[in-house]
Design a binder for this molecule. Structure first.
Ligand code: FAD
Ligand code: MG
Ligand code: MG
Length: 273
């Protein structure tokens, strides 16, 4: 398994992820759905590989907030590191530097998100720096602390706000700290992300199993109403929102897991604003 009490050394982890990704890419008789994700996986691996030709490991970082999209990106990054032979150092005394990453902590973070980020740090050998919002200032501070970073992987997709015109490589916009954004999963759809995560069989933040489809802070994020399922009172052991039950008027509501949503444009229905 990828999650173990004693995390795997980076080289073994990357090899193990590469095995799973390769198995996924070689699934026999893929359905059109699987075929689409296999194709997106190849494209994303190609973009990451390009990035690793352009930049050294010290010059790249990953924007990671424990969400499903950057989780996919993180796994593909490990796979690409293995494929490019970048997971072992030439001298045995040299331990490999962990993977640089940056997290802008929400003002009101979910405990479950914080826990998943902490788990990711351990399991995926992340060297994660955390900053308070707002994002622009946070990245200015990050670059101040890590001035060698030239490019940052971001898990933005086409259907996200501001995602429409992005390419695989984009300099930041005017007014943002200067670096290159790398978007390997830009053309993945919501369902592609879940198809991949479930096939590769990696842990993800528990909130997704409680009907959350897009994670923000506790004050602006709710389970997605498109996943609400009315059930009879007898089926609901408890009504507190922490285990997926919620009270809607007097009718108990349970939520189906995030991976059952299909439409890209319904992803943010559980978010305020
Ligand atoms: P999400 O799906 O939540 O996020 C998409 C991806 O952004 C995630 O997969 C993750 O890689 C990253 N991300 C999101 N939130 C965080 C966080 N709290 N900490 C770390 N990573 C996070 N906007 C502009 O208009 N112009 C820019 O030049 C610009 N540059 C950016 C550079 C970086 C590195 C990042 C992370 C964001 C930048 N943004 C920029 C903001 C971006 O457009 C989104 O508004 C922002 O990522 C929030 O994403 P979301 O909640 O819409 O989607
Ligand atoms: Mg997203
Ligand atoms: Mg977000």
């Amino acid at each position: 398994p990828l999650v173990t009490d004693t995390p795997l050394p980076l080289s073994e982890l990357c090899a193990s992820i590469n095995d799973r990704v390769t198995t996924f890419l070689e699934l026999p008789d893929p359905s059109p759905r699987i075929k689409a994700v296999q194709e997106q996986t190849r494209i994303a691996l190609g973009v990451i590989s390009d990035a690793l030709d352009r930049y050294s490991l010290k010059e790249v970082s990953l924007a990671y907030n424990g969400g499903k999209d950057c989780l996919v990106l993180l796994v593909l990054y490990h796979c690409a590191l293995h494929r490019k032979g970048l997971t072992t150092k030439s001298t045995s005394t040299d331990t490999h530097e962990p993977i640089q990453s940056v997290y802008i902590q929400s003002e009101h973070p979910f405990e479950e998100v914080e826990e998943f980020v902490a788990l990711s740090v351990k399991q995926y050998s992340l060297s994660l720096l955390k900053y308070p919002p707002p994002m622009k200032a946070a990245f200015a501070n990050y670059l101040h602390d890590q001035p060698q970073v030239k490019a940052i992987f971001v898990g933005t997709r086409r259907t996200d706000p501001h995602g429409e015109h992005l390419k695989h490589f984009d300099p930041t916009d005017h007014g943002w700290p200067t670096f290159v954004r790398i978007h390997p999963v830009i053309d993945w759809h919501y369902v592609d992300i879940w198809t991949f995560i479930r096939h590769i069989n990696i842990p993800y933040c528990v909130l997704y199993d409680r009907g959350y489809t897009s994670l923000g802070g506790t004050t602006d994020t709710h389970p997605n109403p498109a996943l609400a399922r009315q059930i009879s009172t007898s089926e609901v052991p408890t009504l507190d929102s922490s285990n997926g039950g919620a009270v809607n008027g007097s009718r108990p509501v349970k939520f189906r897991p995030a991976y059952e949503l299909v439409d890209d444009y319904e992803e943010r229905l559980g978010r305020d604003r």
